[in-house]
Design a protein around this ligand. Structure first.
Ligand code: KG4
Ligand code: ZN
Length: 346
């Protein structure tokens, strides 16, 4: 079955083609430049840009891969959670194409897409596993029993990890999105120059909190600025301390989740899972504690449509699809999804 995937939940317009042999191709247009001068995503601008870019991207994906529209057998499109205007652009376009081409349409949960992204790689993780989902909007640990059967073990009670990276970066005068910028500076930072708290590690369970790290960052900036500016080295040292605090906290919570569930596989996904320090530290923690760690290649950690086409493919194969009246949901709890009725179909 050849599936066209569409993703427009935030500031990336993305399209992909997936069939029985795997991922054929995917393409992402990032709106980073559009939003950079505002220091964050402006929802109205995001929607307008998706309208401009989506159809040309689909057209280009089909022609580059010499696929005719008549060959596409289904459309999988993110229908939540995300920015409602941005979601509506993808869903309206996807539904219109499904109607015109007389093929099924399936609405995909964005975080289910992230969670399944490691299945696009080889070797694939096998179920059950624990998923650490770390993006700009979400930070949660999920017990994944099978596709669609998700139990939230814990989550951030305030800022998502990616949001905390973005806010800390803004304070340090770095451009949006801040995660990759902090990561670059952290490599040049001196170990131990600053030590930030590991929030909520003394609390039992796997809930997390990242908003307090903003204060630690602000205090360090204020105490070390000369005439309102930081030296480049101090900037790097603060970036390193911030990243270490986030990574350490995530690792402590992951280890607890692995112990709690007894699972032997951990996957990480979402934009922050592109962070090289988090990837390396978790692999090491897994080796020491006896669990395997899987993550997607960096391009498939951040928003993309390959993961949406894949999630849609699995659901379509199991006989699920949605009416063309399906709504988009800015909020949509991942533990309310329908488990696949026929996992043996995969
Ligand atoms: O999954 P994603 O592309 O979009 C959402 O669904 O939110 O995640 C974007 C987030 C941003 O907050 C960005 O700063 C963060 O992921 N991010 C990173 C890295 N690359 C992206 N955070 C830390 N280190 C990175 N290398
Ligand atoms: Zn995302």
């Amino acid at each position: 079955m050849l599936v066209l995937g569409i993703e427009t939940s935030c500031d990336e317009t993305a399209v992909a083609l997936y069939d029985d042999n795997g991922l054929i191709a995917h393409d992402v247009y990032s709106q980073i430049k559009t939003h950079a001068e505002y220091g964050g995503v402006v929802p109205e601008l995001a929607s307008r840009d998706h309208i401009r870019k989506l159809l040309p991207l689909i057209d280009n994906l089909l022609s580059t891969n010499q696929i005719a529209s008549t060959q596409i057998e289904a459309i999988a499109c993110t229908t939540g959670p995300g920015l409602i205007g941005a979601l509506l652009v993808g869903a309206s376009t996807g539904r219109a194409l499904a109607f015109a081409w007389d093929i099924p349409f399936i609405g995909v949960h964005h975080m289910e897409g992230h969670l399944l992204a490691p299945m696009l790689e080889t070797p694939q993780p096998s179920f059950p596993f624990v998923a650490l989902l770390v993006s700009g909007g979400h930070t949660m640990l999920v017990d994944v029993k099978q596709i669609g059967e998700y139990e939230i073990l814990g989550q951030s009670i305030d800022d998502a990890a990616g949001e905390a990276f973005d806010k800390a970066a803004k304070m340090l005068g770095l451009p949006y999105p801040g995660g990759p910028e902090i990561s670059k500076l952290a490599e040049l930072g001196t170990a131990g120059a600053f030590t930030f708290p590991r929030p909520m590690v003394r609390h039992a369970g796997v809930d997390m909190s990242f908003s307090g790290l903003k204060n630690a960052t602000r205090l360090a900036i204020n105490a070390n600025s000369i005439d309102g500016t930081l030296t480049h080295q101090t900037q790097c040292d603060i970036a390193r301390a911030f990243q270490e605090a986030v990574v350490d906290t995530l690792i402590i919570k992951c280890k607890r989740a692995m112990k709690q569930t007894g699972h032997k596989t951990l996957i990480i996904a979402g934009g922050v899972s592109a962070n090289t320090s988090l990837r390396a530290s978790l692999k090491l923690a897994g080796k020491k504690s006896g669990f395997d760690v899987f993550y997607p290649s960096p391009a498939l950690c951040t928003d993309n449509a390959a993961m949406i086409a894949l999630a849609g493919y699995y659901r379509l194969k199991a006989g699920q699809h949605d009416p063309l009246t399906i709504l988009s949901h800015p909020r949509w709890p991942i533990d309310s999804l329908t488990p696949l009725s026929q996992p043996s179909d995969l």
